[in-house]
Design a binder for this molecule. Structure first.
Ligand code: C5P
Length: 298
């Protein structure tokens, strides 16, 4: 067994669209969404062992607990392999805001599945890792492959799409943490929408056309804006910084502004920083870059 992996990036995602179609008999909601991986990332180092112990050191004390999704991912994979002597020491450096709507925890979990699948010599296929990932959380299967994808079901059905054009994003995190379960609980049937915007974006991507920015939409946005004045204030400050279009990712609260030009993005990023917003400048990560930067580092 190799001594340890080198630094593995666990990239964040944005929801270019997110339509909540309705409630399912199992209590979850049916979604139609376009997911996109971006360059903002956590970093993992993983050292496999044969002593049967799983440990995870995190630089965020709130995540230092046995129900950390990273440890759950390692445990679920080990059970699937059926060898209780397998172990791993995992070091996780968080950079993606926690409970920010950027899929950070799900991404960390998927990278652990991808890495230990190799380091433990399991060689499970990507679809099998997606099935295992779906048990950990609705967003985990997407992060097995990353890039641009159409998401349906409760989030676990992933259909890869052609790469998006090179896009830049300014992200801003309002000073609140939001529980996904809480936002879905607040949702009323009037907040449900059709899959139309998602289908328009999907069709454009399948035809290799530019992203139709006017169809970026999120069914959860109004609910979050109404419940959290901090999110409204951050949106107003982004608009005042010159952002032409502001959207929310996932169940929030992180907001993003898409750009075709890095220079335009950098200008809004600088102005938003001057207003003391918590902001990042990042770019879209394609499926090839996603897979190569994780699997190529093992
Ligand atoms: O699957 P995950 O653990 O990420 O979801 C967190 C919570 O968000 C769920 O417990 C559920 O309350 C809600 N959810 C939902 N419909 C989805 C995804 C999540 O209602 N499609």
């Amino acid at each position: 067994m190799p001594l340890s992996s080198s630094a593995l990036p666990a990239y964040a995602k944005l929801n270019l669209t997110l339509a909540v179609l309705g409630k399912r008999p199992d209590g979850y909601h049916d979604l139609a969404s376009i997911f996109q991986t971006i360059s903002l990332h956590d970093t993992l180092r993983i050292e496999p062992s044969h002593d049967g112990t799983l440990t995870c050191a995190v630089n965020v004390s709130a995540l230092q607990s046995p129900d950390n999704l990273v440890l759950q991912a390692a445990d679920v994979l080990r059970r699937e392999i059926g060898d209780s002597t397998l172990g791993a020491r995992i070091d996780l450096r968080k950079s993606i805001p926690v409970q920010g709507g950027l899929g950070g925890g799900s991404s960390d979990a998927a990278v652990v599945l991808l890495a230990l699948n190799q380091l433990w010599g399991a060689s499970f296929s990507a679809p099998r890792l997606e099935t295992i990932g779906a048990r950990l959380g609705s967003d985990v299967p997407f992060f097995v492959g990353g890039g641009t994808a159409r998401i349906s079901g409760r989030g676990q059905v992933v259909q890869p799409l052609p790469d998006i054009e090179p896009l830049w994003f300014v992200l801003a995190k309002p000073p609140v943490a939001i529980s996904t379960a809480d936002i879905f609980r607040r949702l009323a049937p009037r907040d449900y929408s059709s899959a139309h915007a998602t289908e328009v974006v999907e069709r454009a991507l399948l035809r290799h056309e530019p992203l139709p920015m006017d169809h970026l939409a999120n069914s959860l946005e109004d609910v979050v804006l109404a419940a959290y004045p901090e999110v409204q204030a951050t949106r107003d400050a982004l608009r005042a910084s010159g952002a032409p279009l502001v959207r929310m990712s996932g169940s929030g609260p992180t907001l993003y502004v898409p750009f075709r030009s890095r220079a335009d993005a950098a200008q809004v990023w600088r102005r938003a920083q001057a207003r003391e917003l918590n902001v990042w400048l990042c770019r879209a990560i394609s499926r090839d870059e996603y897979r190569a930067s994780i699997l190529g580092s093992l």
